[in-house]
Design a protein around this ligand. Structure first.
Ligand code: IMP
Length: 457
């Protein structure tokens, strides 16, 4: 009879063989052997994830988005050309790579095909390369309208991108959303769309909006894209799972950043999805154990667009200066970003909630001319000094950052490609960021071009 002694000691068995009993069984279907790297924003978004994903995509076989929607704006420079993607993964610029939209994304089909067609018009061959999860929820024109109407009428603005993100996720968790798979059934899709439209009319009427121009056409416009979208539909989780089992390299591309996560960010001044690494698993359909690395992208300073506190905000004069140096205007809305010093408190929090294994520091070159730099290491609050990121967003507006000052390097880093070639003070600054976060830096970006990157590992 089997007693305690028949249990296989942890660590002795290799996958597929139960050494203790000498019995062989098939390798578990859950075992992955490929590499799966998640790339997430570590701050308030706009950290330059698009460029990092573009660089890493060269070595990947498959790239997938797992949350957010067309609120994201991923900018990639190739030669003299600039590409801004809102929905399609930034990996698309590498010929032959498969690019997928996970179930965690809210997909605006009109915006998606606009981007798709414009990429093709610029010579990017997308044939057989793009897939959309059957489980992905659709973001429809009425979501956008509701988002904009709410922002316009509310005294407590979130400062959203106006792309309909909140209302689309509300429909998803309210269990009344429309998924790509529903498009297989025209009747079902039509009635879900009509119900959504009627519901939105009621909500808009409450906000004083009675004129929904063009609304009658939305149902037909969406249904007209049915065949096109279904032709790209796939089981994203299964594709990724199979790729990993075959030893392939997968990149999961996040949008926004940790401080905008609906659970872990500065609520309510957040987006409506899980931007942190946990969302990469639920939003793509693979188990968390399939993830091998989590790369956090952080700017060498900090920016924020939209409402909500920014504890390390610069003085107005410095804000203007760094915004100009770093071209800090939103890729989606063109709004000016608020700028500030690197926030070590947020960075450590972000490292913890994401489980980061590596850091990519971007836009180091933007700081090249500054005589000295500061980093926040803690916050002074009315109750005392804290070094953990507070849950109470209201209190974050009152904190004073405790700043540590380091000398600047006042030399150009734009042409540096090796860590050792950076000015001494720039290396010291990066070392301090590593110390504060406890996470090794793997990449440093020193300009917008693909080549302007220092690979540390
Ligand atoms: P929403 O995602 O459009 O609902 O906007 C909610 C908040 O997230 C607002 O503060 C936006 O400015 C911010 N946000 C959304 N997407 C991005 C992004 O890609 N970069 C930076 N901020 C973003």
């Amino acid at each position: 009879m089997d007693g305690l002694s028949s249990c296989s000691p942890v660590g002795l068995s290799s996958p597929g063989t139960d050494l203790w009993r000498g019995v062989e069984h098939p390798v578990s279907d859950a075992v992955s052997v490929g590499r799966c790297t998640v790339v997430v924003g570590g701050q308030w978004g706009d950290e330059g994830k698009g460029k990092i994903v573009d660089v890493l995509a060269r070595e990947a076989d498959l790239i997938a988005r797992f949350q957010g929607g067309a609120n994201a704006g991923h900018t990639v420079h190739v030669g003299e050309e600039e590409f801004i993607f809102h929905l399609i993964p930034s990996g698309i610029l590498h010929p032959g790579k498969r690019c997928l939209m996970g179930n965690g994304v809210v997909l605006d089909p009109v915006q998606f095909f606009k981007e798709y067609d414009s990429a093709e018009a610029r010579g990017i061959d997308l044939e057989g390369r793009v897939g959309v999860s059957l489980r992905t929820h659709l973001l429809l024109p009425y979501h956008r309208l509701l988002d904009q109407a709410r922002e316009g009428s509310s005294a407590k603005k979130i400062g959203t991108t106006g792309r309909g993100i909140g209302p689309a996720y509300e429909d998803k968790v309210g269990r009344r959303g429309i998924r790509v798979v529903d498009l297989n059934h025209e009747g079902r899709a039509r009635s879900l769309l009509e119900e959504g439209l009627a519901r939105t009319r009621r909500h808009l009427a409450e906000l004083g909006h009675t004129n929904l121009e063009g609304a009658e056409g939305w149902v037909e416009e969406t249904l007209a894209l049915r065949e096109r979208l279904l032709a790209l539909a796939t089981d994203v989780g299964l594709e990724i799972h199979r790729a990993l089992k075959a030893g392939k390299v997968v990149l999961l591309e996040g949008a926004q950043g940790a401080a905008l996560d609906v659970d872990h960010g500065t609520y309510p001044y957040v987006t409506s999805s899980n931007t942190t690494a946990g969302g990469a698993s639920t939003g793509s359909g693979i188990g968390p154990t399939a993830i091998t690395d989590i790369l956090g992208v952080m700017k060498a300073y900090i920016t924020r667009v939209g409402e909500g506190p920014l504890p390390t905000a610069f003085s107005p004069e410095m804000d203007e200066k760094v915004r100009t140096l770093g071209a800090e205007f939103g890729a989606t809305t063109g709004r000016p970003r608020r700028c500030g010093w690197f926030d070590g408190v947020l960075a450590r929090y972000s490292a913890r909630v994401n489980g980061l294994t590596g850091l990519a520091i971007t836009k180091l070159d933007v700081l090249d001319t500054l005589p000295e730099l500061s980093i926040a290491t803690a916050y002074r609050t009315p109750e005392g000094v804290v070094d953990e990121f507070p849950a109470d967003t209201g209190s974050l507006g009152d904190v004073q950052p405790i700043l540590e000052t380091l000398p600047g390097w006042q030399a150009s880093t734009e042409d540096v490609r090796k860590l050792d070639d950076l000015p001494h003070n720039a290396r010291a600054y990066l070392e301090r960021l590593e110390e504060i976060t406890g996470i090794p830096i793997e990449m440093v970006s020193v300009g917008t071009r693909r080549s302007q990157i220092i690979r540390v590992t």
